[in-house]
Design a protein around this ligand. Structure first.
Ligand SMILES: O=C(NC/C=C/[C@H]1O[C@@H](n2cnc3c(NCCO)ncnc32)[C@H](O)[C@@H]1O)c1cc(-c2ccc(F)cc2)cc(O)c1O
Ligand SMILES: [Mg+2]
Length: 214
């Protein structure tokens, strides 16, 4: 039977990356996407902005919405301090299966918890199921029309604290207009746009970094 693109991406990691070396996993995926097949990873250009935000925030508890193949999960986790954790939500079981193997190849299982299921169901359970008080950093990279409802859900569930950083991918392409309007106009956020390019292309895209003011 024909393999899927995530399966081919995983094979490229297992073939070209060094087991236990997260940065070589990131490199192998970027090379695969540049040379073989485009895939919707945040990519190396926007990835550098992601790295700088993660390093600046130095988060202990991170939430990622939309794991896909685990590229940004590995990229973030590789920068986390020893006891820090990232919980990543993925509702497609096939993608979750691939992501777990990419994460295992990077040797980052101890820092990453892949939770299978829709964000709408799992966000309200974060406190009771995972002992999360609040998140220090949230990376939004799932369906673009879910960024706003899930942000409001995070607020309502008391999972954001004064200073929590929301970092959103694709605010230009494919675009998240309702989310952008909200974080840029709400008195509860201080928002900043980081102009970049759509992964592996010359098209404009960017990340929006928003600080929750409480
Ligand atoms: O569409 C894009 N990303 C979506 C990611 C979805 C992943 O997240 C998972 N997911 C979705 N909703 C939820 C959910 N909750 C919501 C539903 O309950 N709960 C849990 N997991 C969820 C999916 O299963 C996927 O694994 C994109 C497109 C382009 C693009 C740009 C230009 C082009 F021409 C083409 C494509 C570039 C990008 O960087 C992009 O991120
Ligand atoms: Mg994206």
């Amino acid at each position: 039977t024909q393999s899927t693109r995530p399966q081919r991406l995983l094979h490229a990691v297992q073939k070209n990356a060094t087991k236990g070396d997260p940065r070589s996993v990131v490199k192998a995926i970027d090379n695969f996407c540049r040379q073989k097949e485009w895939a919707m990873n945040v990519g190396d250009e926007k990835g550098c902005i992601l790295d700088s935000v993660v390093s600046e925030v130095n988060p202990v508890t991170v939430l990622e919405l939309g794991t896909y193949c685990g590229y940004s999960t590995v990229r973030i986790a590789s920068l986390l301090p020893p006891r820090a954790k990232i919980i990543t939500l993925e509702f497609n079981p096939d993608y979750a299966k691939i992501a777990r193997q990419v994460i295992a190849w990077a040797g980052l299982e101890d820092k990453i918890q892949v939770v299978e299921g829709p964000s709408g169901e799992w966000i309200p359970k974060m406190k009771e199921q995972f002992g999360v008080k609040t998140f220090d950093l949230v990376f939004l990279d799932h369906w673009k029309d879910r960024y706003l409802p899930d942000t409001k859900l995070l607020e309502d569930c008391g999972l954001l604290r004064k200073g929590t950083i929301l970092l959103a991918d694709n605010v230009i392409c494919p675009g998240t207009p309702d989310y952008l309007e909200y974080v840029r106009n709400s008195p509860r956020y201080k928002s900043q746009y980081f102009k970049s390019h759509l992964e592996y292309t010359k098209a404009e895209d960017g990340l929006e970094k928003s600080v929750f003011l409480g």
